[in-house]
Ligand binder design. Structure first.
Ligand code: ZN
Length: 286
């Protein structure tokens, strides 16, 4: 099942994606927030749809509407740093012995095709195509073998990053990761059964039509199972929480000289099975 949310910002309605069509499932009575995922929401929704075929009428082409983030009000957005060897190398960093963890403010979350706002005083706004994991059942001290039982699904994420704020302003990476619009999620959440193997997914990103990133989730240093188990040793992962699993090589920082985004630039990205998204960069305007 592919879960999406559509409509104006803050007024999105829950929907299911079938092919190119969107099916409104507002009548199910529950949006795709933590409560939905806590209680095996995707399975309950599938059962409801099967029992209410009259509700399963397409309302629109997916391409004809504004999409919101597929998860409503997630409790936390945790990111993994330097989780691909080629990306760690291009940044000049050491290959991490354990996952590097940082947080991204949930206020950065926007829809998949919303504009990217280049922050006030930013010179170094950069891109990162990533696989994001959504937690279903609460996870605390879970084993690697059990970890995927706690995953509700997967999404495409662009982990936008301001490199000066991240690396040259002291403290943690969170400053460079949390600006408004820095976390476009979607177009949809795919439940695990939609993907043959989450560790074998081609991923790509272009800027103005030029390929910058061309990777595969098979090249993660720490895979999804390991990351869910690992994180759950330090904090409880709650339904709806999101884990973004790091980016492959080809970010702007890695070029010589570095390449950063300017107003008018068009960023497009995708992961096989998880759709594609597109953001147009805009200058901050208050
Ligand atoms: Zn990242």
């Amino acid at each position: 099942m592919k879960l999406a949310r559509y409509g104006p910002p803050g007024q999105e309605r829950p929907a299911v994606v079938q092919g190119e069509q969107l099916i409104d499932v507002s009548a199910f009575g529950q949006d795709f927030g933590p409560d939905f995922f806590a209680n095996n929401g995707p399975a309950r929704l599938a059962t409801w749809l099967a029992a209410n075929p009259q509700a399963a009428q397409p309302v629109s082409l997916v391409s004809a509407v504004r999409l919101g983030p597929p998860v409503k009000n997630p409790g936390k957005l945790i990111c993994i740093g330097l989780n691909y060897v080629d990306h760690a190398r291009e940044t000049g960093a050491k290959i991490p012995a354990e996952p590097i963890i940082f947080f991204k403010a949930t206020s950065a979350i926007v829809g998949p095709n919303d504009d990217l706002v280049i922050p006030k005083n930013s010179q170094k706004t950069d891109w990162e195509v990533e696989l994001a994991v959504v937690i279903g059942q609460k996870a605390s001290y879970v084993t690697e073998a059990d970890a995927l039982n706690h995953v509700a699904g997967y999404m495409l994420h662009n982990d936008y990053s301001e490199r000066e704020f991240q690396l040259e302003r002291g403290g943690q990476w969170v400053k460079g990761k949390s600006c408004d619009t820095f976390a476009p999620l979607g177009p949809f959440l795919a439940t695990p059964n939609e993907l043959a193997d989450v560790q074998q997914l081609p991923m790509w990103l272009t800027v103005n039509g030029q390929t910058k990133q061309n990777g595969n989730t098979s090249n993660m240093i720490f895979g999804v199972k390991f990351l869910v188990s690992y994180l759950s040793q330090f904090m409880s992962l709650h339904p709806g929480d999101i884990i973004s699993t790091g980016t492959p090589a080809g970010v702007g920082l890695g070029f010589n000289p570095p390449q950063y985004l300017h107003p008018g630039d068009v960023v497009e990205l995708g992961i096989e099975g998880l759709g594609r998204s597109r953001q147009v960069a805009k200058a901050w305007a208050g």
